[in-house]
Design a protein around this ligand. Structure first.
Ligand SMILES: Nc1ncnc2c1ncn2[C@@H]1O[C@H](COP(=O)(O)OP(=O)(O)O)[C@@H](O)[C@H]1O
Ligand SMILES: [Mg+2]
Length: 217
């Protein structure tokens, strides 16, 4: 794909809740539009009418039935397939750049690990869903769960969704998973997102710019 210069690029931003994904994506989108790039931003789960419906279902609190981790995994992948096939791939083919709020790494981080689905099983689902497709760059915003969750509390005060309500222990596990699996990715960057907003923005801008310089040199 990289040899076709008229194809767009796909950047994925990953990280815990409150790590600053939405904030940084908004910031980098503006920056790249100013530079003349045609940018589409998408979020997971979501981004198509069907995927947004699945998002609502995933985030809903069910008191009457246990939400199984395998069910959750398949639902994320169902939403991802719709978004990839119907939105991301056609836009990349038409030359747009796409910035994604999460992709498959989230599934390995949240539904994998000791209490979740084994990596080799997720590998199989991932292969059926997206084949060998890889983002051009994955940026992982690394935040301590305590800090990320307190930002979410400040933002929302009461109505946390089913996933945001999970224990601090769960988010520590997810962070460890991220730090472990990110290293297997082809093009990745880790940003310390514990710092204040302007420092994280500066780091983000610097990392994106240096990656783009390498891309075009
Ligand atoms: N580095 C930061 N320092 C302080 N607050 C931040 C920082 N990054 C994001 N925030 C704030 O924290 C909240 C969550 O950020 P958001 O971008 O929505 O995170 P995410 O999309 O990863 O859940 C928002 O209110 C945002 O303004
Ligand atoms: Mg967000």
């Amino acid at each position: 794909m990289k040899s076709c210069s008229n194809f767009g690029r796909y950047i994925v931003v990953e990280g815990l809740e409150g790590s600053g994904k939405t904030t940084m994506i908004g910031f980098v989108k503006k920056m790249l539009i100013k530079e003349g790039f045609d940018i589409l931003t998408v979020r997971e789960p979501g981004g198509t009418p069907i995927s947004e419906k699945i998002r609502k279902l995933i985030k809903k609190n069910f008191l009457e039935e246990k939400f199984l981790v395998k069910t959750e995994l398949f639902m994320f992948y169902a939403a991802r397939i719709q978004l990839m096939e119907n939105i991301i791939l056609p836009n990349l083919k038409s030359g747009k750049w796409v910035i994604g709020d999460r992709n498959f790494l989230s599934s390995y981080a949240y539904q994998g690990g000791k209490y979740g689905v084994k990596d080799d099983e997720i590998d199989k689902i991932n292969k059926i869903a997206i084949g060998k497709f890889q983002p051009d760059l994955i940026i992982y915003l690394d935040v301590f769960p305590e800090i990320g969750i307190s930002r979410i509390h400040e933002r929302k005060s009461s109505k946390l969704d089913r996933i945001e309500k999970r224990s601090l222990d769960f988010f520590h596990q997810v962070r460890n998973r991220y730090l472990h699996i990110i290293k297997n990715q082809k093009e990745f960057m880790i940003i310390d997102a514990n710092q204040d907003l302007s420092s994280v923005k500066r780091l983000f801008q610097h990392k994106i710019c240096s990656w783009m310089k390498r891309l075009y040199q």
